[in-house]
Design a protein around this ligand. Structure first.
Ligand SMILES: Cc1cc2nc3c(=O)[nH]c(=O)nc-3n(C[C@H](O)[C@H](O)[C@H](O)COP(=O)(O)OP(=O)(O)OC[C@H]3O[C@@H](n4cnc5c(N)ncnc54)[C@H](O)[C@@H]3O)c2cc1C
Length: 352
């Protein structure tokens, strides 16, 4: 089989890159082995404001301008709804936070998202004595459904190989790479935290963060916006809510833990005061990088090996932009910004 590309990994990064290839009439296959599940468990929120400090997220507007049409296009292609626009209500912890909110909401990049008046809490099931700041033009992508649908879609096109990509079987020549019976011009690694197993790119400094989420059934909560307090409480419909997420920098497994659940329940009990039942509990590892920027670029020695990773805590917003930048870099030699180029970590590269 002679192809333009092999992609390894079909989370948000792999999906976004596969779409770039499709758009540009390139041939490819994707390897996926279910070893990581960050995209499958993600809350899926998109929101251009850092909710701790009320500052703009890095390059948020540029990313949203590309991401929202990207998910719309996928909705059309798959004939399914993935984008659920939803306001975010940030619970204030102090009067100082209310003042900071007022100040930030007048700033240029934030005024399209942050509403000025502090909203009083009308819902007896929610604890928000100092009210909320409301964010609009935000929402969630149902990444789990999208990722599963996208796998089926590629499978039907014979473009998905559901097995572990074995790095030992990769042969690299000047103009092509060979993997078993496949010859391709380029290979793009989109393995999320699976990067640790990749001998070509595991010199890059990930600072991965495990996250756990629970889903609750709380029919009396009756909230149709996302509450952001000690945890986020995100309505899914039918009285169900996703609650998350933890951050753990030590545990490298993707198993849900009792510890994680306890932390979420304790925090949730400070946010809502109605009855609820836990109906699901999941965990995954966020592919976060030391400097909190994505990893995009080529291998220092082998020019036909590339990486699309480091989407961190905001894969929904970042993935489509980064996929486009990587494609333009590989195909049209369009330079990458230094802050995303994996070359910024070249000093760590010692082998291969
Ligand atoms: C609890 C939690 C909550 C989150 N909430 C949000 C949120 O609200 N909004 C947001 O934008 N982001 C959120 N994120 C972050 C988001 O999930 C990530 O940024 C994004 O999913 C990363 O996508 P990825 O494709 O790089 O990695 P992954 O989703 O991990 O995908 C990598 C894929 O590669 C496959 N793979 C790896 N190695 C191999 C191999 N050798 N052979 C074959 N396949 C391989 C894996 O099985 C996996 O499917 C959250 C993450 C977590 C864990």
């Amino acid at each position: 089989m002679n192809l333009d590309y092999i992609i390894v990994g079909l989370g948000l990064a792999g999906i976004a890159f596969a779409e770039e290839l499709t758009k540009n009439n390139k041939t490819f296959v994707v390897f996926e082995d279910n070893s990581q599940n960050s995209s499958l468990v993600a809350g899926g929120m998109y929101n251009p404001v850092v909710l701790k400090r009320f500052t703009p997220v890095w390059n948020a507007q540029e990313q949203l301008d590309i991401a929202l049409p990207f998910y719309k296009m996928l909705e059309k292609k798959m004939q399914k709804k993935y984008d659920f626009p939803m306001d975010i209500y940030r619970v204030f912890k102090s009067i100082e936070e209310q003042n900071n909110w007022y100040e930030a909401s007048g700033k240029k990049l934030l005024q399209d998202y942050m509403e000025v008046p502090v909203l009083a809490n009308q819902n007896q099931s929610v604890s928000a004595p100092l009210g909320y700041g409301k964010l609009k033009n935000t929402g969630r992508i149902d990444v789990n459904t999208l990722a599963k649908d996208y796998r089926n879609y590629l499978q039907n096109k014979n473009k998905l190989i559901e097995e572990c990509f074995d790095y030992a079987d990769l042969k690299i020549a000047k103009e092509e790479i060979v993997y078993k019976n496949i010859k391709a011009k380029n290979i793009v690694f989109c393995e999320g935290f699976g990067l640790q197993q990749n001998p070509y790119f595991n010199y890059l400094p990930m600072k991965e963060a495990k996250g756990e989420l629970i889903t609750i059934h709380a029919p009396n909560l009756k909230v149709d916006f996302l509450i952001k307090s000690a945890v986020f409480v995100m309505p899914l419909g039918g009285g169900n809510y996703k609650v998350g997420a933890t951050f753990n920098w030590k545990d490298k497994t993707k198993n849900p833990t009792e510890e994680g659940k306890k932390e979420l329940v304790e925090k949730l009990n400070t946010v809502i005061n109605c009855d609820y039942k836990i109906i699901n509990h999941v965990a995954g590892i966020r592919p976060t990088v030391k400097d909190r920027r994505p990893l995009v670029g080529k291998h220092p020695k082998y020019k036909n090996l590339a990486i699309l990773n480091g989407l961190g805590t905001r894969g929904v917003m970042i993935a489509p932009t980064m996929a486009n930048k990587l494609f333009q870099y590989i195909e049209n030699a369009k330079a990458l910004e230094q802050e995303i180029d994996s070359k910024r970590f070249a000093k760590y590269f010692t082998q291969n």
